[in-house]
Ligand binder design. Sequence first.
Ligand SMILES: [Zn+2]
Length: 490
Amino acid sequence: MRSRFLRTLIVLLVMSLSVVAQNPELSKTVQPFVRVQATKLVLTHVRVIDGTGAPAVDDQNLTIENGKITAIQPGADVGKTDGTTVLALRGYSVMPGIVGMHNHLFYIERPNLDASRHFDPPVLVPQMTFSAPRLYLASGVTTMRTTGSVETYADLNLKHDIDSGELAGPHIDVTGPYLEGATSYFIQMPHLTSPERVRQTVNFWADQGVTSFKAYMNLTRAELKAAIDAVHARGLKITGHLCAVTYKEAAELGIDDLEHGFSVNTELDSGKKPDVCTDSDGGETIARLDPNGPDAKDLIRTLVSHHVAVTSTLPVFESEAGPGRPPVRQAVLDAMSPQAREDFFLLRQPRPASAPPPKIDTAIAWQHELAMERAFVAAGGLLLSGPDPTGRGDVLPGFGDQRGIELLVEAGFTPVEAIKIATLNGAIYMGREKEIGSIAAGKNADLVVVKGDPSKQVSDVENVEIVFKDGVGYDSQKLLESVRGRYGQY
Ligand SMILES: [Zn+2]
């Protein structure tokens, strides 16, 4: 009798602990953004896009209890009895929270940028610890990987403060500082010039709590090998934006993921020397690569057989895709700081006559990139998605994640396939597909409520109303208003 009482007590304690873990006390900073929070909540008459690539199902009731999805049933009216909160969502769709896999927490600053696109070195990446997490959550991103960090302690503390309910934002997989070789694109990267230093750096940051790593452009094969082995020894994963090392070399060395689709593989770049980055950073290779040719097939076969994921970052390349692109959304311009907006308009001016002509046809490269992403998935490859909010300043946290889904549709995926790439695939890569990434009973209630039907018109992914993270519904507009004119500033 007594032991049964104890057992019950322990079960109750564990249950209450898990409820606390799901729903921490939200601070006064976070509470104003909460639109709905209830022990039991039913979304009625909503269209469900479940994130698995299955067709959308109209008119469903979705029940959320203690932060989890507990039931998905045919739509029915539900009375507000027994403490159940009801949200009537006819005309709306619900999809899984976005799992953004190339989602930085910094901005890119080109000091003294002018109309001829000249700027003074060094390129800097100021931290956006205030605006970026709010933009991500407002846009439907509920989990993200930072994919290279600059202020790693800030990112780790941000993750802690979000998880404890102090600050608003998505769940974060904090990536360690860029593992970079002798020189670097921006000045805040470590310069690791030996395998031993790479190993030390990986172990130091794994000890501090980072949960992923990213190798960068000038790392050599020996250094990359040291990084991969050290990261795997800690039970973590490593991705790479590579240049000195080719995709096939990295696959053979055991890398887990490659950033920027197929656009930074340097294998066919002219004058490619082992362990040395090229002038075109892979631009020549993707422009030359026939997506139906033997080189492309061989590359895809190598990546798939080594279980290497590829992260699509189409938004950051879109400005090079050629004419006929849609204008940047007003909401994106509204989020930018005055300086960021000014720089964006300078960078989108036509290329000045004084500038050297581009070495490659970027519009062809864009078409090849789209075709390669399709072929990779058709061959069984795991394609992830993330916007890489850097570029010429119009790819913003969150908005860029939505644009990524739209551009995957331009690449030839159906809208529900594109949504799967941006949700479930990221969860699979992180080994978290039992908890997040799709809509199913038992999973965390990480959901995006959008007006319309993105399974038919993919741009409806932009119409975000409420973003649920662990069952708490955040008001997208209120989050956006709180960072209006701030992105690029802090
Ligand atoms: Zn990046």
